[in-house]
Design a protein around this ligand. Structure first.
Ligand code: SF4
Length: 114
């Protein structure tokens, strides 16, 4: 399948999937990865070399460069605590009918009994 068709099919997908579509799809290992791992490595910025796909040639290298530029322009996720996802809820492993002991995390402020 020509690269233009592969890219069309990958439209709207996450960047790593679009980068995967740009690869020559031969899983030949000439890049030092398989196609999936090479695209994941580029998308995660663990691999900076965009011209390792020998079977894909200049077409793949150009497309990866375009996608990489798009990746660089993408807004960085905020690390603001206000926008950070909430902590995961506690895991409840009790089965229906199980008895539970509920303990408060707060210290009692009531005076001790006399
Ligand atoms: S060189 Fe290209 S076709 Fe071969 S495994 Fe790497 S990305 Fe896939």
């Amino acid at each position: 399948m020509p690269i233009a068709e592969r890219m069309k099919l990958a439209e709207g997908r996450p960047m790593r999937r679009r980068m995967m579509a740009a690869m020559a799809q031969q899983d030949c290992g000439q890049c030092g990865y398989n196609c999936h791992d090479y695209s994941e490595a580029i998308a995660s910025k663990a691999e900076a070399r965009l011209n390792l796909c020998v079977p894909g040639g200049k077409e793949t290298a150009r497309m990866l460069k375009t996608l990489h530029e798009e990746l660089e322009k993408a807004p960085v996720a905020s690390s603001s605590p206000a926008l950070a996802p909430a902590a995961a809820p506690p895991v409840v492993t009790a089965a229906p009918g199980d008895r539970a002991t509920i303990r408060s995390r707060r210290r009692s402020v009531a005076p001790p009994p006399e």
